[in-house]
Design a protein around this ligand. Sequence first.
Ligand code: 2M8
Length: 426
Amino acid sequence: MINIENRDAHLIEEAKATLIKNDLGGYTVPTHGLYPFQWNWDSAIVALGWLPFDEPRAWEETTSLLSAQWKSGMVPHVVFHKHSDTYFPGPDIWGVQNSPDSTSITQPPVLASVIKILFEETEDRALAESQIKTIVPQLIDYHLWWYKQRDPENTGLVVSYHPWESGMDNSPAWDAALEAVPCVDWEYTRRDTSHIDASERPHKKEYDRFLYLVDFFRKMNFDDTLIYQDCPYRVNDVSIISILHRATKDLLTLCEKIGVSNDQTAYLVKRLDLTEGAISKLWCSETNMFHSFDTRSNTMCKARTSAGLLPFFAGLVSEQQTQPLISVLDKWLEHSTYAISSTHPDDPNYEPQRYWRGPIWIHINWMIAIGLEDYGFSQQAQRITEGSRACIYKSGFNESFHAETGARSGGADFSWTAAMALYWLL
Ligand code: 2M8
């Protein structure tokens, strides 16, 4: 018989060792080789992993990310602190003239929600109090940037300009919107497929468009207004909108705790109201799910993906929508030996091993489980937690997990999975 306590103790040590191995001094790479820089939402999740065994290091993960914040308030999706040629595209392709080097787009802003957790759970109160004073103003600037630059017409739904910004790079949700983007007109050599089998990565047709968009941002001189007007890819991403919504609420709670109340916080409150009034645009009564929306073609991105469950995390699911969405979730779980796959198994574009088209991502399951608990669906939350834990027991700290077998998928020794194990699962 397996001794569960011993197994968990061993896994905890392994998870800590994974973070320590991926620590490049103040920031943690997702995994060496495949992703040799600091990624935005990875770092937020990773801070939670440092928290139980090194509180100063947990905070440092977030301040190193915020050190790359742009004057506009934007916090980049990748920060190129140190040179590496194991990844493509690097800073030369992005062409940003900032220090430190970074990309010009952002990622799902889960950071403020993480900071709230760090603030509440850090035992060294002096550390927490001192960090929060500098971080909160930076987070306010970041959230103001989101609402003002990414929703200049006050629709209540911010837009995203790149599948990399969603963090769910090759999700079938983006297929149609991405097809409308031209292909890049120069040759390039990918590095990702030299680390990971091509069957687990996006196709060339997607990379051609990813890179066209990178070129486009540079040609627009990274000007928020011009990009909003002309970007050939512009979607209301239900995942970003949900994560931003919860993060803004968490940020406002933090502001209250530390006595910050001003025009900016009042503006954020108004923005929450706007989103609450607009979210029904992303609800589909045929699929009984939320979907992203392509604002270029004015069509819904009908793929059934795990992003469509994240409005639970945001508290954006209405009373009438709750039961239908829970029925979808229950069927999804019936299909799953493990946890929630990134794409619903019945979706025609589901591929259980290909990156964001099927595999299980532990941090997404964490957010869904939190949302379900908030709505009182503890049984489903528990089932998702157990399924996520089972992936780790079976295959360790991988980037993601095969949706049906729980086998490894993507990179090994992966920081956000180790962090979720330390903070959530073990
Ligand atoms: C993946 O995205 C990067 C581009 O940002 C890539 O494939 O090159 C995604 O899984 C993304 O969500 C994640 O933040 C990043 C690093 O783990 O890798």
